[in-house]
Design a protein around this ligand. Sequence first.
Ligand code: SAM
Length: 257
Amino acid sequence: MSPMRYELVTIFPELIESATRAGLLGKAVETGLVEFRCVSPRQFTTDKHQSVDDAPYGGGSGMVMSVVPLTAACEHLDAEADARSQPRAHRILLTPAGKRFEQADAERLAKLPALMFVCGRYEGIDDRLRPLMHEELSLGDFVLNGGEVAALAMIESTARLLPGMIGNDASLHEESHSAGVLEYPQFTRPREFRGQTVPEVLLSGNHALIARYRRQQALLRTREQRPDLFARLTLSKEDRALLASFDEKPEPPAPGA
Ligand code: SAM
């Protein structure tokens, strides 16, 4: 199978390169599961300072990234793909004004053969780059200094969905957000830590009981920590029964009572 290709347009390729040498991503590069191409728009400038930004028309604070070298960088990556007879990448503009990135986007994008992330800096990017993009994504409702960290988050969350990336692919289906609920609580040794013990059911060896307990905990955690996600869930009869059995339990006595 051809590797998933991640292309980045960034003036800080070193940020991407250091992050993609470590951990599972680094291993995926070594085994040929993913590949990276970074291009800096500075390579496509014509002035001696290799400027990629300029003052905004109409005035205002800060500088704006010029559409000319950014377009040239995107087209260079496409030309490279053409020369190798590879499919061109799906172009993503990183911007806090984009659609908020979610697990469903990771699942959708992980199915594509190649993704291109265009990382802005300064006060943003000349708006005329937008028609060249297939979509605009935001990492969340906050402002970063640049698109690189957002790109890396999207790269990690898509790469870990690629077949063969995670040793145990089954664990992907149990993770937070994969089925609309947060993950159940996890424990490992020691059995007791500062007075907190591992729930007895997890030591029982009874797989059916453990599955029920985990589903109940996932539902409770989602209801408590992410009521917005909980409101979107379609609860089965079993789910409702699991929640009811928790809600009907008497409150434990308050500490010291
Ligand atoms: N002035 C811009 C605005 O208010 O929308 C913010 C510019 S920001 C300092 C510089 C670059 O960082 C953006 O062009 C974008 O590529 C990236 N960036 C910042 N926040 C982001 C976010 N939440 N998601 C994705 N990219 C972001």
